[in-house]
Ligand binder design. Sequence first.
Ligand SMILES: C[S@@+](CC[C@H](N)C(=O)[O-])C[C@H]1O[C@@H](n2cnc3c(N)ncnc32)[C@H](O)[C@@H]1O
Length: 203
Amino acid sequence: MSIPKNHYFNPRPAVASRPHTVRLRSGEVDLHLMVDRGVFGARGIDLGTLTLLKEAPAPPASGEVLDLGAGYGPIAIVLAKASPHARVWAVDVNERAVELSRANAVSAATPNLVACVPEEVPAELRFDAIYSNPPVRVGKQAMRQLLLQWLGRLTPDGQAHLVVQRNLGADSLVKWLREEGWNVGRIKAKKGYRVITVVARPA
Ligand SMILES: C[S@@+](CC[C@H](N)C(=O)[O-])C[C@H]1O[C@@H](n2cnc3c(N)ncnc32)[C@H](O)[C@@H]1O
């Protein structure tokens, strides 16, 4: 698929950089994060992101945790704060977003956060938990492919928590996950969003 030049999932956004900050408030966390043009959520923390942070279960206390499509890092930073002994991977294709995540991790004092592009995640690494506000705008097939690729890297007891807007296909995503053999656990409906838990091992 050819990627539109100015889309938020372009590896190197063509639009000129103009950084600014947005406020992230979630539970105990109250921080200003650096954002930029050409990156998802540059106008403020996305409502889906806030919904995931509020409704998804807390991350495991230790182990490997993935924020798939981390953008400038709001989800990954809250996870890293909540579980300082876990390692949180903030993974994104957009290099500008990865740099912002890295800078935001420093200012948020979360040394347990590793921000990188997908190719930099060691191939043998498995995740105890995955959190994602996935990139619906890449198209249905591309997003499903991406989810399959990373869900397959959950540990046997691992869980993934995905937030998807109901009118952007949350219910058909659940149906498809089940058809693909994934055990979909809790589905929390909130403000037009679904927070979907996928369990690696069937109960
Ligand atoms: C809906 S945004 C969420 C961003 C961030 N987690 C937040 O909550 O603000 C989805 C992110 O997925 C990223 N993305 C798109 N395709 C990807 C891929 N193949 N691998 C990793 N990240 C990808 C986009 O660049 C974008 O930052």
